[in-house]
Ligand binder design. Structure first.
Ligand code: B12
Length: 218
């Protein structure tokens, strides 16, 4: 139903209009925003990623694809957010220190907001102490960490330990994600949950809230 090759071409254009128009055209046809995101934009970024790995594309082309992907997501965002769930729990998220990848994190932000979470986005290259400070300030129910590099995913353990040390038995639930992260790794570092993608991330978050009785930490 979705022509991933058209999205693939759109991600490589110098102009952002082709990808924006492509997303609008699918929306106009009534294709669910969630499907345009997963099968179109994320699917095409997967192709771009494979070519980057095979050294058929270089950093400037990836940056172009990342910019175009963000433009496509911008068009989808109001539609994804239309679910209009009342804000309930607080979710703090950031890409860990040393890592500037944020496309996946930004998708997690949109999907969490769409499910009614009050999201505090700390951005990229977030040091451990900034996670600790944000937890003290916002008292979130859930903290999410994103990492796309096998080197920076190790930072997640530091955040898990530091946040737990600073909050004791009032610690928020800690969830992790990003391409190199696995359930096994999440278990090894003592995280409470792992999401393979944004949708499973929100499912894990909701389950953790359910098990802890829900509601914000006061
Ligand atoms: C785009 C990109 C870049 C862009 C980033 C732009 C941006 N604004 O994000 C730029 C060009 C800047 C870049 C730089 C680099 N990159 Co890069 N990059 C990629 C690429 C092609 C795509 C990543 C992406 O956006 N995927 C699409 C999104 C939607 O997927 P995602 O991030 O995985 O997110 C989903 C899930 O993982 C999950 N998720 C993500 N976070 C979280 C968090 C939580 C809590 C939950 C629940 C779920 C979740 O949900 C998301 C949505 O479904 C990947 C290749 C790949 N296949 O991953 C390489 C890749 C990640 N990069 C790589 C490398 C090596 C680099 C550089 C070191 C290159 C260099 N030599 O300079 C630098 C590092 C910069 C730094 N310090 O961070 C390697 C990492 C290898 C490794 N094993 O560590 C990869 C795998 C490419 C490769 N095969 O060589 N990169």
């Amino acid at each position: 139903m979705i022509d991933v090759e058209a999205f693939n071409r759109g991600l490589r254009e110098l102009d952002t209009l082709p990808i924006e128009n492509l997303v609008k055209e699918y929306l106009r046809q009534g294709v669910p925003a969630q499907m345009i995101l997963s099968d179109g934009l994320i699917g095409a970024m997967g192709i771009v990623g494979q070519e980057f790995k095979a050294k058929e594309l270089w950093v400037p082309e990836i940056l172009l694809a990342a910019r175009n992907m963000h433009k496509g997501i911008d068009v989808l965002k109001p539609v994804l957010l239309r679910e209009d769930v009342p804000a309930k729990s607080i979710f703090v998220i950031g890409t860990v220190q040393g890592d500037i990848h944020d496309i996946g994190k930004n998708i997690v932000v949109i999907i969490m907001e769409a499910h009614g979470f009050n999201v505090v986005d700390l951005g990229v290259n977030v040091p451990t102490n900034a996670f600790v400070e944000a937890v003290a300030k916002h008292r979130p129910d859930i903290v999410g960490m994103s990492a796309l590099l096998t080197t920076t995913m190790q930072e997640m353990k530091n955040v898990v330990v530091a946040v737990r040390n600073s909050t004791g038995d009032r610690a928020p639930k800690l969830i992790v994600g990003g391409a190199p992260v696995t359930q096994k790794f999440a278990d090894e570092i003592g995280a409470d949950g792992y999401g393979e993608d944004a949708i499973s991330g929100v499912e894990v978050a909701l389950k953790l809230l359910e098990n802890s009785g829900g509601g914000t930490i006061s």
